[in-house]
Design a protein around this ligand. Sequence first.
Ligand code: HEC
Length: 96
Amino acid sequence: MKTSLMLSTLALLSPVCSLAEEKPVPLLEAPGRDLVQSHCITCHSLDYPRTNSPFMDRKAWEAEVNKMISAYGAPITAEDAKVIVEYLAVNYGVGG
Ligand code: HEC
């Protein structure tokens, strides 16, 4: 009984471990992906938006992108930011 529980836990964990491999982070194909890819990779890995996705809703993404712009000086226009927030909220957000 205990063993089978451990095995299923391992099976659940293994896909998470493979995420740690060093390779380019593929983002989901959707409108706005090119903007996210070109803007957000200039300072850090595209893994950042992805790792944060389990607890980010639209408001949180909006705040996050604004923080990248105002606190860290990301050169993203208001227009691009809208598209980026939309993309992140739909593809990497909770609750749409
Ligand atoms: C001008 C540089 C710059 C750009 C461009 C940039 N970021 Fe960041 N980002 C940072 C820095 C600096 C940090 C915090 C330090 C760290 O952890 O590396 C950070 C951290 C983050 C984090 C982790 C949570 C946090 O607030 O620390 C997320 C998520 C994130 N960025 C998302 C994005 C997204 C999405 C974009 C594209 C819209 C983006 N970043 C573009 C500089 C940037």
